[in-house]
Design a protein around this ligand. Structure first.
Ligand SMILES: [Zn+2]
Length: 122
């Protein structure tokens, strides 16, 4: 078993919703709202603004998963349309909500790793 590369650690921390610097403090206060700073190391999270990035990735990844699953069941099991709708419409919501928080954590960790911040017009 090899140890994770140190430069990839912040991504794993973001995936778990932890502070990208120390990996101990929690990143989120609610479902998607950020804490003002890390409760463990004090890192100020004001740098963090992922914008629409998480939504874009969730749309692409979740859309692929749900569309693939719906088409696969349609072509292999040939269920009635109401069964397809009952299964895959709620699954769309579940997949999107499950992916949104880890995706935001990863993008914020990538922002921290690359020392990226919003452009300002001073
Ligand atoms: Zn921290």
């Amino acid at each position: 078993m090899t140890e994770a590369s140190p430069d990839r650690l912040p991504i794993a921390r973001g995936l778990r919703g932890r502070c990208p610097r120390c990996g101990e403090g929690r990143l989120f206060r609610g479902f998607l709202s950020l804490r003002p700073r890390c409760e463990h190391c004090g890192l100020d999270f004001s740098f963090a603004d992922s914008g629409d990035g998480p939504a874009v990735f969730v749309i692409l990844i979740g859309g692929f998963l749900v569309a693939f699953g719906a088409l696969f069941t349609e072509f292999t099991l040939h269920p009635p349309i109401w069964v397809t709708l009952i299964i895959w419409l709620p699954m769309t919501l579940v997949v999107c909500l499950a992916l949104l928080r880890p995706t935001k954590g990863v993008l914020l960790a990538a922002q921290f790793m690359n020392k990226a911040s919003q452009a300002t017009h001073d």
